[in-house]
Structure formats: C-alpha cells, structure tokens
Ligand binder design. Structure first.
Ligand SMILES: *Cc1c(COP(=O)(O)O)cnc(C)c1O
Length: 356
C-alpha cells in the first residue's frame, strides 16, 4: 500500500452458517468483511479490512445531497478445484478511475484496489460456491464523505468494497419498451461513468414501463430517440442476418467489460461483428423481414439477457424464440466457461486470486 499497510480486523464469528445458498435474494446478503480506505488532505490512507458493518457518516455529507458517488460491479468465480478467479479486473479498475475523474473524485491507487480486493476475497472465499451460476458479486464504490452541504466537489472521500453471494439462473427473456421520451444520458453528460445518479434517473421511467407491462427500458439517443443505446443497465446487441451488431461507446454509453469481451469472442468464433449506430427503424424492418433474430442485453450481472419483444410508437414486435445455437447463448456459455476456468483463456482475461 502507498502510505500504510493493510490492517485486518477479522469478525469474531462468520455469518455464513445462517445463509441459505440455494435461495439467495440478489444483493441483500453480504459476506463477513469489507474493505475500506479514506481520502483526506490530498491522499488515500488507512486501508483496512473490517467486519461488514454500518458506517458512521455525517448527515451533511455531500454524497447524500449532491450524489457524488460512483461504483463498479464485478464477480469472483470458483472453479471445481476451489481456485478463485476474477474476470478482467484491470478493466474495472481503469473504469472506476474514469468515473472518478468525471465526478471530480480522486483516482484510487492500484495497490489499494487490488490488495484490498484480493485480501477480501481470500478472507471471504468460503462465500464463493463452486458450480456454474454461483458467484460472489463484488461491489467497489466511492462516496464523498466530507461533512458540509456546500455545493461543490468534496475533498474527503471513502472507498469501499463489499461482496454479496449471488446465483444466476435463467430468468427467461424480457419484453422491453423502447424509450421515446425519457433519456438516460446526454451529450457531454456522464452516461459513460458508473455514477450513482445514472441509476436514480432510470428508476422512474423504468417504473412507468413496468406499469405498462414491460420489464425493462431500452434507452435511445437523447436527441431524436431514433437509435438504441443501452438495454436498462446493460449494453445492447442485435443479430441481423449473420452479423452481431452493437453500438459504439460514447459519452452516453457505458464501456462494458461484457460488451467488449463478447465482441472479441464473437470474432474468435468467426461471427461477423459490426460496431455502428443502430436505428430503431432497422429493428422494426428486421422483424418484418425476419432478418433480425436476436436482441439482448450484456452486462456482468446477467452476462446475457435475451429480449423477447419490444414496443415502439405504440406497436409491439415479437422476436423468434432463442435457439440453442443462438449467438446469445453460445457467447454466454463460452464467456462463463472462461470465467469459471473451464476453457482456454486465449486473451488472458482470468486472474487467479486464490489457488486451489
Ligand atoms: C455496468 C453497466 C453496463 C455493463 O458493464 P459490464 O462491465 O459489462 O458489467 C452497461 N451499461 C451500464 C449503464 C452500466 O452501468
């Protein structure tokens, strides 16, 4: 670590025996420990691991009033021999610092991120269960913890990592509303950052969509609502004939690790890929002609989330049922095989945290 060494305070007894791993509600149960460090007087300090516990923080802290907060989402996986792996964590590290820059927050030193992460996973490794679909969801985040409601960037911050055991089971396809009024992100805005406010701004339009019978919103460009940009909090892919297409990242679109990995894997599998703006009109035409056969979201949480149909300009469009050899399922399986150390890792994406 930069200034001090990592201090570890272990919990007195593990909560793990109280957890039913066959029936995990997502993101509600956390492991025994958390990593925490502080930014003060222009430097990060006091990196420590302590029992997972509530924080003491002033009610006037900037995070509560101005939303100066960012986060990451990643997963740890256990292979059948007990080895624990992360998937491209360097990408999450780079991205949290990109988000930090945009939200006027200090970059996090690499040692803090990785030593904190590795030590935490080593301590709580029993919480990661083997078997495809079982993961530990890892949530690094940074908040403006300085007291005082002055509407300017804080100078004191707290960075933490907490972990929640998770299971992913196939939840089926979702039906989505292509958004024609609300926007998730603006030109010159911070849509590319994993900032807390991006999520808060999505809740209301998503609630409206749910009331109309959809499970999710597909965000479109803020100017004309003519080009698709993201599927909820995931990047979006479409299959047109034999080509897998996704839109380019921009200051409105988050540069997802899953997105870039799927693009690379598709190329490795000999699937033609295109990265270009995708007009909603192409989807409508593609359904009519039968040339559009897949539409799916991609992100760490669900890996791939197939979309069964969408609505646009008051009309509903249905996609054909996903076949076993769909791009969505082939890519999902291949990605999970890499993540769980069940196949070759030609691009060096896996990082071992605990050896078996
Ligand atoms: C996190 C996130 C994604 C997916 O990124 P991954 O790195 O693949 O998990 C996509 N879109 C938004 C808006 C996100 O916040």
């Amino acid at each position: 670590m930069q200034t001090t060494t990592l201090q570890i305070t272990k919990c007195e007894s593990s909560k793990i025996d109280q957890v039913n791993f066959d029936k995990l509600p997502f993101g509600e149960i956390f492991t025994d420990h958390m990593f925490i460090c502080d930014y003060k007087n222009g430097a990060w300090s006091n990196p420590r691991i302590q029992p997972y516990q509530p924080l003491q923080i002033a009610p006037s802290a900037r995070v509560f009033h101005y939303g100066q907060a960012i986060f990451e989402g990643m997963k740890a996986y256990k292979d059948d021999e007990g080895g624990v792996w992360l998937f491209r964590p360097d990408q999450n590290y780079e991205r949290i610092n990109k988000s930090a820059e945009r939200m006027a927050m200090p970059p996090l030193p690499k040692e803090y991120f990785f030593e904190g992460l590795h030590e935490l996973l080593r301590l709580d490794q029993e919480w990661i269960k083997p078997g495809i679909g079982n993961t530990l969801y890892v949530r690094p985040f940074m908040i403006a913890s300085q007291a005082g409601i002055i509407a300017s960037a804080a100078e004191e911050f707290t960075f933490m990592i907490i972990c929640a055991p998770a299971q992913s089971y196939f939840t089926g396809s979702v039906s989505v509303k292509i958004e024609e009024h609300y926007s998730r992100a603006a030109n010159g805005g911070f849509g590319y950052a994993k900032a807390a406010g991006n999520y808060a701004g999505q809740f209301y339009p998503t609630q409206l969509a749910k009331q109309e019978g959809f499970q999710q919103v597909v965000w479109t460009d803020a100017t004309e609502h003519k080009y698709i940009e993201e599927a909820g909090t995931m990047n979006i892919f479409v299959r047109l004939k034999d080509t897998l297409v996704t839109c380019p990242v921009s200051d409105r679109i988050l540069d997802g690790v899953t997105r870039k990995s799927l693009l690379q894997m598709a190329e490795d599998m000999g699937i033609k890929t295109e990265v270009r703006p995708i007009a909603v009109s192409e989807l409508v035409k593609g359904i009519a002609s039968g040339e559009m056969t897949e539409l799916f979201g991609a992100g760490t949480a669900a890996v791939v989330s197939p979309i069964s149909g969408f609505s646009y300009e008051g009309k509903r469009y249905e996609l054909p049922e996903l076949s076993k050899d769909s791009y969505a399922l082939r890519l999902k399986n291949q990605l999970m095989n890499i993540q769980y150390n069940r196949s070759e890792d030609p691009h060096g994406w896996r990082e071992q945290v605990v050896t078996s």
